[in-house]
Design a protein around this ligand. Structure first.
Ligand code: BG6
Length: 482
C-alpha cells in the first residue's frame, strides 16, 4: 500500500508564540516532517513571531535545535532547505511593534494562516491587530489551541472576540485528538463498513467505555493544571470528541459542517451528570516522585488528576446504553482505547456452564493503533463444548505494513488541513460552547458539595471508587494495559 502525498499550494504560516513550548515540541517538527514528505512547497513561508528580539538566522538556529530535540528519527537530507523557508519577526502582541513588519513579510494571493500558539487571553488582542494591520483578508485563517475558555462564559467571550474579526469558516480550533489517525479511523470503521452500523445502538450495545490513561504526572504544568483538572483538561475536549465520534448519527457526507452538526447533536443530548456518577482522584507521591499536591504547589488542592464518569445520551439510538469515561495521570500504563461492549446473546444454547461471553470491539488509539474484536469460539480439543473468547486482532502496523509507520502525527495532519482549508477535524464555536454548557454544572456540582478527590497510587487504575462506579451496574472496566 503506497500512501500518497499531495503537495499543498504555497502558503504563509505565522506562528505567534513561535519560541514557545508548543512551537518547539509540536508545530515546527510537524512542519518539518511534512516538508520532508514533499507536501510543503519550497516557496511556502513559515514565520515565527514572538517577543524575544531575534533575527531570521537566530530563529533558524532555534528551529534547528527544536528539530534535534523533537523531530525524532524523521527527517530529510535537506534540512537547510527547510530552514531557508523560515523567518522571524519580533512582535509585541499587546502593542504595535512588529506588526507592520510582519504584514510586509507576507506574500500575495496565497493562503495566510496565523497560529495563535499563546494563552487564550491574547486571542482577542491578536485578532484585532491582524485586522488593524491589514492581515485579516478573506483567505486568512487563524488557528487557536485549547484551553478554549475555562467555562461557558469565557468560551463565549473568546468566540465573540474572534467573530469580530473573522468568520467561523476562518477559525480553526484545534483539538489534537481529532488529528490522531485512529480517531479518524473511528469514522472510517463506523461509516465505511456495513458490519458495525446495524448493531451500533442500545438494542445491541450494552455499554461503551472510553479510557485515556497516562503514566506521566503534571510535572512542569502545575500552575495550569491546578486551575484546570482532568475534567477541563481532558474530558471537555478530547474525551468529548471521542464520545461524539462514537455516538453520532451518520453524517450525510464527510464534510465539515455535516460532521460537526452531528457531533453537536450528541453533546446536546447528553444528560446532566448525577453526583454519584462522578469519581475524582488525585495521585499520591511515589517514593521520590512527588504527588499531585506537590506538583501543583498546593497542599490542600482539590483539583482532580483522575476522573471517571457515567454518561447517558438521551436519544433513540443510545437511551439505556451508558457510556463510561475515564482519564487520569500516573496510571498503570499509557493507553487510550474505546471499548464497545455488546449485549449477551438472547439465549445461550450451551447452558449456564458455558459461562457468559460477550463481543467487545476495542478501538485502540495509542499505542499499537488498531482494532480488536473479541469473538467467542469453541475451546479447541476434545471433551464437550467449552467456550472461550479470542481476539480477532488487527494492529494497523501489521495490516498496513511499512506505510503504517509513515502515518503523520496529529499536528502534521491538522496544520496541513488548515492550509487546505478543511475544517472537518476542527471544533466549531457552537460545539465548544455546548461542551462547556454540559461540563459547567458537573464541576459546579462537586464545587458546591465541597467534595475532595480521592487519593490513588501511582501505577494503579485510579481510585477504587471508580471500579465501584461500574460494579454497581454489574459491569467492569477493561484492564489498563500497554
Ligand atoms: C493535552 C493535555 O491536551 O493532551 C495533557 O493538556 C495531556 O494533559 C495530553 O497529557 C495528552 O495527549 P496525548 O496525545 O499524549 O494523548
Amino acid at each position: 500500500m503506497v500512501s500518497r502525498v499531495i503537495p499543498v499550494d504555497p502558503f504563509d504560516l505565522v506562528v505567534i508564540g513561535g519560541t514557545g513550548d508548543l512551537a518547539r515540541r509540536k508545530i515546527l517538527p510537524a512542519l518539518y516532517r511534512r516538508f520532508c514528505a514533499g507536501q510543503v512547497p519550497d516557496d511556502a513561508q513559515i514565520i515565527g513571531a514572538a517577543r524575544t528580539a531575534m533575527d531570521d538566522a537566530g530563529y533558524r538556529d532555534f528551529v534547528g535545535a527544536a528539530l534535534d530535540e523533537f523531530a525524532g528519527a524523521a527527517g530529510c537530507e535537506d534540512r537547510a532547505r527547510f530552514l531557508s523557508i523560515i523567518g522571524y519577526v519580533t512582535l509585541d502582541v499587546l502593542g504595535d511593534a512588529g506588526w507592520t513588519e510582519l504584514a510586509g513579510r507576507l506574500g500575495q494571493d496565497r493562503v495566510q494562516a496565523f497560529y495563535f500558539s499563546v494563552g487564550p487571553s491574547l486571542f482577542g488582542p491578536i485578532a484585532e491587530r491582524l485586522q488593524t494591520y491589514g492581515m485579516a483578508g478573506p483567505d486568512t485563517r487563524i488557528v487557536v489551541e485549547k484551553p478554549f475558555g475555562r467555562d461557558l462564559t469565557s468560551a463565549r467571550a473568546l468566540n465573540t472576540d474572534l467573530a469580530r474579526h473573522f468568520d467561523e469558516g476562518q477559525i480553526y480550533r484545534i483539538d489534537h485528538y481529532l488529528g490522531k489517525e485512529t480517531v479518524q479511523n473511528l469514522m472510517a470503521i463506523r461509516f465505511g463498513n456495513m458490519l458495525f452500523e446495524p448493531l451500533w445502538n442500545s438494542q445491541y450495545v450494552d455499554h461503551i467505555q472510553i479510557t485515556v490513561a497516562e503514566t506521566v504526572g503534571v510535572e512542569g504544568r502545575g500552575e495550569y493544571y491546578e486551575r484546570a483538572g482532568a475534567m477541563r483538561d481532558m474530558v471537555q475536549n478530547h474525551l468529548m470528541q471521542l464520545l461524539c465520534l462514537i455516538a453520532m448519527e451518520p453524517p450525510s457526507k464527510f464534510d465539515p459542517d455535516a460532521v460537526r452538526d452531528e457531533k453537536l447533536k450528541v453533546i446536546r443530548a447528553l444528560d446532566p451528570i448525577a453526583p454519584e456518577d462522578v469519581v475524582r482522584g488525585q495521585y499520591l507521591a511515589d517514593g521520590d516522585r512527588p504527588g499531585f499536591r506537590e506538583h501543583v504547589g498546593n497542599a490542600e488542592s482539590t483539583t482532580e488528576s483522575f476522573i471517571a464518569l457515567k454518561v447517558r445520551i438521551s436519544n433513540w439510538r443510545w437511551a439505556g446504553t451508558p457510556i463510561y469515561l475515564r482519564t487520569g495521570k500516573r496510571l498503570r500504563a499509557r493507553t487510550s482505547e474505546i471499548d464497545v461492549v455488546f449485549k449477551d446473546t438472547p439465549h445461550s444454547i450451551f447452558g449456564p456452564e458455558a459461562g457468559r461471553h460477550r463481543n467487545i470491539l476495542t478501538i485502540r488509539l495509542q499505542p499499537n493503533e488498531g482494532i480488536d474484536l473479541g469473538v467467542t469460539i469453541k475451546e479447541p480439543g476434545p471433551g464437550g463444548m467449552r467456550l472461550v473468547d479470542v481476539p480477532l486482532d488487527m494492529t494497523f502496523a501489521q495490516a498496513l505494513g511499512p506505510d503504517a509507520k509513515d502515518v503523520p502525527d496529529a499536528y502534521e495532519r491538522l496544520i496541513m488541513d488548515v492550509v487546505r482549508g478543511n475544517q472537518t477535524l476542527f471544533m466549531r464555536g457552537d460545539e465548544v460552547e455546548a461542551a462547556w454548557a454540559w461540563t459547567d454544572p458537573v464541576i459546579a456540582g462537586w464545587e458546591e458539595a465541597g467534595t475532595a478527590p480521592i487519593p490513588y497510587d501511582t501505577g494503579s487504575a485510579g481510585p477504587e471508587e471508580s471500579l465501584a462506579l461500574m460494579h454497581r451496574d454489574g459491569r467492569r472496566w477493561r484492564e489498563i494495559r500497554a
